[in-house]
Design a protein around this ligand. Structure first.
Ligand code: SF4
Length: 294
């Protein structure tokens, strides 16, 4: 259910990850609120975008050099267009339910700024519609479940507890050397879980995808000074026209935090020193910077 955990996820969260986080813990120096001290303190006065800081898509990190040193423009391909559209459908369907705007998928589709998603087609429309309907239905079920359990709760209280999500919450990552305009896909403020959605035609899980939620957890910690221990990467792919959703739920442990800091520092150095890291032996053919490297 995208950001609603299923029974399996809840078992993992309650019986494995939360006890692990409480037992092992995280050293205060690796919490985002220690942003003014090493090792989290940024080495340079830069504002790195989160997507470049965390991406390991380019094996040498040349995408950072091309984007931030050379000012190269990426080529928007089908994969990027699909990701943009589905991210929009997810956030707008949740907001439509939470804000009680109740817009239909058809109304939303007519208002999609198609010029910003150049390769949009009917197949994408079908994918977006299936996700939209699924989310609205999931929200309705959660809301009704809460309403039946708490008959005296106010409307506002019901909505805030049944769907406890900040969707694309605007954050500044400047304390950590990041952009001032960050929007994590979702933050569950009751369970303190940070979510990041990956839209893929074929499921492809990678360990480095965990860096995104790790980065956002550090940013939330730097601003609100509360610990965020759990991250979740939500993979959305399709079997025919039906969405398939798989969640990778994990403890944002010290190893992940150190890895994220290392990535940020290395990429900042690439920018400051204007150092071209070169091309790897093999590049993914759908890389958005392909034309700049081949
Ligand atoms: S084409 Fe290759 S070297 Fe260039 S940014 Fe993409 S992955 Fe990196």
């Amino acid at each position: 259910m995208v950001y609603f955990l299923n029974d399996f996820d809840k078992k993992i969260l309650l019986n494995k990850l939360l006890p692990l986080a409480r037992d092992i813990g995280v050293s205060p120096e690796l919490r985002g609120w220690s942003w003014s001290q090493e090792p989290i303190k940024p080495l340079y006065d830069l504002k790195m975008p989160m997507y470049l800081t965390c991406s390991k898509y380019c094996p040498t990190g040349r995408d950072v050099y091309l984007s931030m040193v050379k000012g190269a423009k990426p080529r928007i391909n089908y994969k990027i267009s699909l990701g943009k559209l589905i991210h929009g459908a997810i956030s707008d369907s949740f907001l439509s339910f939470i804000d009680k705007r109740k817009i239909s998928f058809g109304e939303w589709w007519n208002n999609v700024r198609k010029e910003e998603i150049p390769l949009i087609d009917e197949r994408m429309r079908a994918f977006a519609e299936s996700i939209w309907n699924y989310i609205i239905e999931s929200c309705r079920v959660e809301y009704e479940n809460h309403r039946m359990q708490q008959p005296y709760a106010t409307e506002r209280d019901l909505m805030a507890t049944a769907i406890p999500f900040l969707i694309e919450h605007k954050l500044s990552g400047e304390l950590l050397g990041l952009s001032g305009l960050l929007s994590p896909d979702c933050y569950d403020y009751l369970r303190k879980i940070i979510f990041d959605v990956k839209v893929q035609e074929i499921l492809n899980e990678e360990m480095w995808h965990r860096l995104y939620t790790t980065g956002y957890a550090l940013v939330l910690e730097s601003i609100y000074e509360i610990p965020i221990d759990i991250g979740c990467t939500v993979y959305i792919s399709w079997r025919g026209s039906s969405p398939y959703i798989k969640r990778d739920l994990f403890f944002i442990n010290e190893d992940l935090r150190r890895w994220w800091i290392e990535e940020r520092d290395q990429k900042m150095e690439t920018v400051v020193q204007k150092r071209d890291p070169g091309t790897p032996n093999l590049c993914p053919e759908d890389c958005i910077y392909w034309d700049h490297c081949h």
